[in-house]
Design a protein around this ligand. Structure first.
Ligand SMILES: NC(=O)c1ccc[n+]([C@@H]2O[C@H](COP(=O)([O-])OP(=O)(O)OC[C@H]3O[C@@H](n4cnc5c(N)ncnc54)[C@H](OP(=O)(O)O)[C@@H]3O)[C@@H](O)[C@H]2O)c1
Length: 292
């Protein structure tokens, strides 16, 4: 550890990963100031007497004043907001930043959201900031991670699970505290400036193996029904047209045919990244939830 910023400005503190990042920063001895929206669930920040500033990255007026005086930015909000954030940092004289991006960047299923990840990273790289970009895969953990918590809820109620595609493609979900620890390590290690790291779990596993691990931990017997993509894509497309808030989108189904496993050796070396395996992380999440 060779940098010690005193005051870190955090965006996205009130999402799923944000509170873990704030805790990890405080544990490392940092002071934190957080940007929250009017609608954000910021009680935990208020209870901890953590300074908050109200603002919305969609309308970044006031952002320069909010960042002023900070030594570094940690962006846990979606990377699509990077253009506004780097502009405000430049005006406020904040040069150091750690940005959470996403391995979505590598998806061949191009959607506006994926393009926004790429252009967010480009804005960071073009900014001249002393920046580190971290790209997590699917993040999971205790509570409502909106990823595997949804699958757990589903498996808790039903014993038949449709799996789109072969189930043989690789996934490598990453545990939320491993992401938070990596953010702090990136911030405090000057060797990470200008670098980009993929953050994935301890080992890749097939989607089927992930479901099997989960159902085993839950003590559930699940019948897996494999739906070929040439059937699933048009069906989910039709469902998407008929439903206002579809539970599954076509791009998500198409991504089931992509391997989402990543080389974490650079993060291991530079960040001391030592992520939990899926079975260990999921067991811990379920224990914290009181499900085990
Ligand atoms: N979850 C994953 O599986 C995953 C995978 C790869 C990468 N990532 C990236 O990792 C980061 C953390 O993910 P997450 O799932 O923990 O995120 P999240 O739960 O969706 O939280 C997003 C955070 O950004 C804030 N935010 C969103 N729009 C904002 C705006 N217009 N102005 C100000 N703040 C705004 C949210 O504030 P509110 O509390 O007010 O909503 C929240 O605090 C994100 O950058 C995400 O893109 C996530």
């Amino acid at each position: 550890m060779d940098i010690q910023p005193a005051m870190v400005f955090v965006t996205g503190a009130t999402g799923f990963t944000g509170p873990y990042v704030v805790e990890a920063l405080l544990a490392a001895g940092e002071s934190v100031r957080c940007l929250v929206r009017e609608t954000s669930q910021a009680d935990f920040l208020v209870q901890r007497n953590i300074p908050i500033v109200e603002g919305d990255l969609e309308r970044p007026d006031g952002l320069v004043e909010a960042i002023q005086g900070a030594d570094a930015l940690v962006s846990v909000s979606p990377i699509r907001f990077a253009p506004s954030l780097v502009a405000a940092c430049q005006q406020a004289g904040v040069t150091r930043g750690v940005f959470l991006s996403s391995t979505w960047r590598f998806s061949k299923v191009r959607t506006p959201d994926v393009e926004a990840v790429s252009s967010g990273e480009e804005a960071v790289e073009a900014s001249g900031m002393e920046a580190t970009i971290l790209r997590p895969t699917m993040i999971y953990g205790p509570g409502n991670d909106r990823n595997l918590s949804l699958l757990r809820d589903y498996l808790g109620k039903r014993s038949i699970l449709p799996i789109f595609g072969s189930g043989e493609n690789l996934v490598q979900p990453v545990y939320v505290t491993d992401v938070a620890d990596a953010v702090v390590a990136a911030l405090l290690r000057s060797g990470t400036i200008g670098q980009v790291y993929e953050l994935a779990g301890g080992e890749p596993l097939t989607y089927t193996a992930m479901v099997d691990t989960l159902s085993h931990l839950m003590g559930r017997t699940v019948v897996k029904v494999y739906v070929p993509l040439f059937v699933a894509v048009p069906l989910i497309g039709l469902y998407g047209k008929l439903t206002r808030n579809p539970a599954v989108r076509v791009d998500q189904v198409k991504r089931m045919a992509e391997d989402r496993a990543f080389d974490i050796s650079r993060a291991e070396k530079d960040l001391g990244f030592a992520p939990k395996s899926f079975s260990v992380g999921m067991r811990e999440a379920m224990q914290i939830n009181g499900e085990l």
